[in-house]
Design a protein around this ligand. Structure first.
Ligand code: FAD
Length: 551
């Protein structure tokens, strides 16, 4: 490859969407320099989803930005209800009530010691979140930001990768030499295509609303809340026999995102058609201003057949494509990035073993399958909503049809509060997990059962002074020692030191915590997963440490 100039960096990230930017932050937190390349010069001003889920927010907490992001979400008292209507100005069919940010924070302040949600799901539109991440990564000295640049190609060799990048405005090229390239470049990214990796899976069933070509429209409706005669919602779904649509409040003002269907995948969004659909959803003539339209495809449940090859790794949408129900796509990508970041750091810093990188795919691919499956189940529910012929009518038959639809829609709560999917993903079969003989709790998308059986998320604890256990964990591994333990942890600490593995020992004096963890000691990975637990140190601490860091 012929670059005009050449630079070297440990990791190049192709793609600066939310996953690429989170990976850059996480690498920086582990002391690894990276260069991030993104085609657009900045963050695109167009709303997408608004689900920063509980797991993502825990990651952002550890990266020191969760409170800042919360300040950018919907106004503190705005209810995050999901409402179903025949039309925006007509009948309400069902309402799923959800707390405002202030109510969530109040619940945290009052939470008991074993409460599991220190960082509840945040309704913050992706474009606002991305803008914050974009501004933030530019303040990190270890992150070289190349927005307005594209990754054209890369070659993988025994000593590293060599990627060719180009500044789009000038055509200026650079060759970047790196130990690893991570493709965070979305569903059509260059890294996956160059590796010849295909997605497994397909659409989630027969086409229907939220299952096929869609268009997301960014729209402003002056005096929206005065015109809509219902209690405020975060999402308004319109269900009638003429049109289906969804309006999502972007920031609590008159700015909205309107989602409706496109007839064919290759159709360009037609503002006149969308305007007709919008008025039909509104239920009366209304003044509005369209900012922009983005076509997209809902209903995917696709997982890459491999999550990388050699020194090239896939992360985020490049590794899996979701339908948006449940809001799991972005969040699964953020979780990938956090899993990958510490492994790359360990390898680059010399304390990661030869099997560590392979564990990324072994752990994350089944989770991608699990989570795409959960989204699929939710989308099937939406398609099955009964829409009686009389649903719009002011008549007894109309009331019956609305009652029937309402009863069905009222069962949708878990799509929006699926804590089991968010926090319950496990990797019991991973070779870098030192399991014990206890069975893990069953995987339930709706319910999260905290468990310290190795292979799952370390259960959360509120410690004395209402300090989150997660704020006490080290940047590397953490050995938790409960107060009643007589164990001398020095052998483990020495073994970690000998390996070069960062290890922090944290003493926890909380009976309820000891009970929940089920053992006196627990070894927690940098991504908050329990790697091992026991009542005393193993005889051979060095081999345990070798195992959990990849041999
Ligand atoms: C309308 C819409 C609504 C959505 N709603 C939700 C939702 O409710 N919940 C949810 O979880 N998800 C939702 N999603 C999906 C979510 O936006 C994606 O899952 C998320 O953006 C994936 O992040 P990513 O960083 O992996 O990829 P992307 O956000 O796709 O970012 C990839 C980046 O890589 C850049 N890039 C591509 N190729 C190159 C190259 N060769 N060189 C340099 N840069 C490159 C792209 O320009 C892009 O900026 C929605 C998506 C859309 C379109």
């Amino acid at each position: 490859m012929n670059g005009n100039s050449e630079i070297s960096v440990p990791v190049i990230i192709a793609g600066g969407g939310p996953v690429g930017m989170t990976l850059a932050m996480a690498l920086h937190a582990h002391g690894v320099r990276c260069l991030i390349v993104n085609t657009e010069t900045g963050v695109r001003r167009h709303p997408k989803g608004a689900t920063q889920n509980a797991r993502t927010m825990e990651h952002y907490r550890r990266l020191g930005i969760s409170a800042k992001l919360r300040a950018l979400g919907l106004p503190a008292d705005y209810p995050t209800d999901v409402g179903y209507f025949t039309r925006l100005t007509s009948y309400e069919l069902a309402r799923l009530p959800f707390p405002s940010e202030r109510e969530k924070m109040q619940a945290i302040a009052e939470a008991g010691p074993t409460d599991q949600v220190p960082e509840p799901l945040l309704r913050l539109n992706q474009m606002h979140c991305e803008q914050y991440l974009f501004d933030h990564i530019r303040t990190l000295p270890g992150v070289t930001v190349r927005f307005g640049w594209q990754c054209l190609d890369f070659a993988d060799g025994p000593d590293g990768v060599s990627a060719e990048i180009e500044e789009i405005s000038s055509g200026r090229r650079e060759t970047v030499r790196a130990a690893y390239i991570v493709g965070c470049d979305g569903g059509r990214g260059v890294v996956r295509r160059k590796l010849g990796i295909k997605y497994d899976g397909g659409p989630t069933g027969p086409a229907g609303y939220l299952n096929g070509p869609m268009v997301a429209t960014y729209v402003r409706v002056p005096d929206f809340f005065k015109r809509v005669p219902h209690k405020k919602c975060w999402q308004y779904w319109m269900i009638n026999r003429e049109v289906r649509g969804m309006v999502m409040v972007v920031d609590g003002s008159d700015e909205l995102s309107f989602g409706t269907t496109l007839r064919n995948p290759d159709d360009k969004p037609d503002p006149a058609v969308i305007a007709r659909q919008f008025r039909a959803c509104f239920g009366q003539d209304v003044e509005f201003k369209f900012h922009d339209h983005i076509p997209w495809t809902a209903g995917h449940a696709l997982v890459a057949e491999k999550f990388g090859a050699g020194r090239a790794i896939l992360c985020g949408d490049s590794a899996h494509l979701f339908t948006p129900t449940g809001g799991f796509g972005l969040n699964t990508g953020i979780d990938d990035a956090v899993n990958l970041a510490w492994k790359l750091a360990a390898i680059l810093q010399g304390w990661g073993g030869p099997n560590l990188l392979a564990s990324y795919e072994i752990e994350r691919r089944p989770i991608a399958k699990r989570n795409t499956g959960a989204s699929q189940d939710f989308v099937r529910g939406i398609g099955a909503t009964p829409i009686g012929e009389a649903i719009d009518e002011n008549s007894e038959a109309g009331e019956r049809a609305r009652r029937e639809a309402g009863a069905f829609l009222s069962t949708f709560t878990e799509e929006f509060a699926s804590l089991g999917v968010q926090l319950g993903a496990r990797c019991d079969d991973s070779p870098i997990i030192a399991g014990d003989d206890t069975a893990a709790p069953p995987d339930d998308p709706h319910v999260y059962t905290p468990s310290a059986v190795p292979g799952g998320r370390a259960p959360h604890l509120w410690l004395k002074g209402h300090v989150s256990l997660y704020d006490r964990l080290g940047r590397g591994f953490t050995l938790i020692r409960f107060a009643n333990s007589n164990s001398d942890t020095r052998q483990m600490e020495e073994a970690a030191r000998a390996r070069g593995m960062p290890l922090t020992t944290v003493n926890v004096d909380l009976d309820a915590g000891r009970e929940l963890y089920g053992r006196d000691l627990a070894l927690i990975r940098p991504d908050h997963y329990v790697a091992w637990r026991g009542d005393r140190l193993p005889d051979d601490c060095a081999s345990l440490i070798a195992r959990v860091t990849g041999g």
